[in-house]
Design a protein around this ligand. Sequence first.
Ligand SMILES: [Fe+2]
Length: 228
Amino acid sequence: MPAINSPIAFSSPAHVAAFNMPAINSLQDLLADQLNGLFSAEQQLIEALPKMAEASTGEGLKQGFLDHLKETKVHATRLENALAQLGIKGGRKTCKAMQGLVAEGVEVIALDSPGPIRDVALIGAARRVEHYEIAAYKATRALAGAVNEDSVADLLQQTLDEEADADKKLCTLSGPITEAANEGAPATANASGPRSKRSASAPVEKKNKPSPFQLGNHAAPRGPILVN
Ligand SMILES: [Fe+2]
């Protein structure tokens, strides 16, 4: 395998062979490659989401993961349909980005933490996934439009809308779950520590204070990122 910090490595035939890269000679080829990557990403999520649901303690979060599992199966079917329209079979690529995101999710599932704390971490892991998917679907949908594959672009847009909705639902859930973790975790995690004393004497977290997740979302530019 070539050294990845070598500028030559990324364009050399040796690099192409070492990474088993397909020949991509047109935007149609690139579209097929990206659809295959998305298909891999969705397949990995179909495996991961039940485990994230099982690790959740908040009922709303658990059900949210299970609901998104149903949507994710539809996303995979749409990608199969899109690939079929291009005369291509899925399953020829592994999405390495999603492998990394799922690996982080597995770390969260294994956290030795009170339930609400783990729930907050699960929301963070899930939102990383959603934002990756939103970016990937937007890029692929734009590519489909550029090569006049309008019905493929429509399929991708349907999924893109659902991914954006899933991220918004996670953002909505993050407020009360983060608040519960903020109030409950110090007392259970460290009953005699300074954080516990602060919890007992300090006023309850202001209801209107946005969670860090909400701040992150609202700080982003409107429109181009989540909705298009
Ligand atoms: Fe999806």
